[in-house]
Design a protein around this ligand. Structure first.
Ligand SMILES: Cc1ncc(COP(=O)(O)O)c(C=O)c1O
Length: 385
């Protein structure tokens, strides 16, 4: 088989064998509805309870503060809308570099009459905590700022923002989909009231995720139905998926520190390798305060989709930092917010490393990138990107 290298772990990850093994019985032997009171249901409920305990232990919180959902997108929507709608009309604070799950949930609330402050960021992608402080108003209902940016990897000053939120008594939601299970997360020190996480970014299955909701936080349900999840999120739980989420968290707690160190070395090898061979290339995001396995590379005067497709032909999976909407290629909203000019932003390529990534893989990618970018630049009139 020809060589394949997957460098898109921020998009999704393969299910870890230990996770899969733990999930399998829940597709065959343990099939009861966890809300049923008979033995079949109780068995499924035990799986859910264990997963809840594992997540709670990882975050050092009570298992009653964990609510399971169907994905990071649902968690973010639930957090933003649940916090806002709990108190009636008012003001929300978020940033321009959030995932669309937060940004568009905020925009939807704005369309319903909520006021929205969408904070800008500096050229490294960082929100300024002092600006958050200045944006807070007497009617501010919630602040939602992500932990790590999925595209450029920059880590936000969550602790400082958490402190400010607490001083003003404003609930603080953090989208930690890209850091949960990758970096230490202490909701107490960071001052977080609501936290989103998702299984498929940490070697768990797709369609299983959750929220930490600090006890006493005023939030309303946004999905209505039965009495599930202590009436906070209706709908029969995805038991197998949630069992997988719980196991994935346990595996990550064990492997996370060593993996972060290993990925940092590999990420630097990738960046240094490319920088040495390819002219006109930059690493976007913060040079130090960043996700260990993420390298967002900006190739000037090349279109990112051409690089992604060219590397795909070599069996390499990376993602483009620009998006094709209605036939037009648009730069990423994150890079635009960081003030990256179009000639760089249109050539954004994100490489996100993971468990299976080896030094050999990185060298292969570097070898493939250099001739590809050279060829694409030759084919493109100067300044046309
Ligand atoms: C920061 C962030 N938030 C939310 C999401 C959405 O998560 P999910 O794919 O589980 O819906 C993602 C996924 O890429 C993400 O990176």
């Amino acid at each position: 088989m020809s060589r394949r290298v997957y460098l898109d772990h921020n998009a999704s990850t393969p299910v870890h064998p230990e996770v899969l093994a733990e999930m399998l019985p829940y597709f065959s032997d343990v099939y009861g509805n966890p809300s049923s009171i008979h033995g079949f249901g109780r068995e499924a409920r035990e799986g859910l309870d264990l997963a809840r305990e594992r997540v709670a232990r990882f975050l050092k919180v009570s298992s009653q503060e964990i609510v399971f959902t169907s994905g990071g997108t649902e968690s973010d929507n639930f957090a933003v809308k649940g916090l806002a709608l709990a108190k009636g009309k008012g003001h929300l604070i978020t940033s321009q570099v959030e995932h669309h799950a937060v940004l568009r949930a905020c925009r939807a609330l704005e369309a319903q009459g909520f006021d929205l402050t969408c904070m800008g960021v500096d050229e490294l992608g960082m929100v300024d905590p002092d600006e958050v402080r200045r944006a807070i108003r007497p009617d501010t209902l919630a602040i939602s700022i992500m932990h790590a940016n999925s595209e450029v990897g920059t880590l936000q000053p969550i602790e400082a923002i958490g402190r400010i939120a607490r001083e003003h008594g404003v609930p603080f939601h953090v989208d930690a989909v890209q850091t949960f299970g990758k970096l230490p997360l202490d909701v107490e020190t960071l001052g977080i009231d609501v936290l989103s996480f998702s299984a498929h970014k940490i070697y768990g299955p797709k369609g299983a995720a959750g929220l930490y909701i600090r006890k006493g936080t005023k939030m309303v349900a946004v999905q209505h139905g039965g009495e599930h999840e202590r009436r906070r999120r209706a709908g029969t739980e995805n038991v197998a998926g949630i069992v997988g989420l719980g196991k994935a968290v346990e595996v990550r707690a064990r492997d996370m520190a060593a993996e972060a160190e290993r990925l940092t070395v590999l990420r630097d090898r990738l960046w240094h390798g490319i920088r040495e061979r390819v002219p006109d290339v930059r690493l976007s995001g913060h040079p130090v305060r960043r996700l260990p396995g993420t390298a967002s590379l900006l190739f000037r005067h090349v279109e990112s989709e051409s690089i992604v497709l060219g590397l795909d032909l070599k069996g390499i999976g990376v993602s483009a930092g620009s998006a094709c909407t209605s036939g037009n290629v648009e730069p990423s909203h994150v890079l635009v917010a960081m003030g990256v000019s179009l000639d760089w932003a249109m050539g954004a390529v994100r490489c996100s490393l993971g468990c299976s990534t080896s030094a050999d893989d990185i060298d292969y990618v570097v070898e493939c990138v250099e001739p590809l970018v050279r060829k694409l630049r030759q084919a493109m009139p100067v300044g046309a990107a």
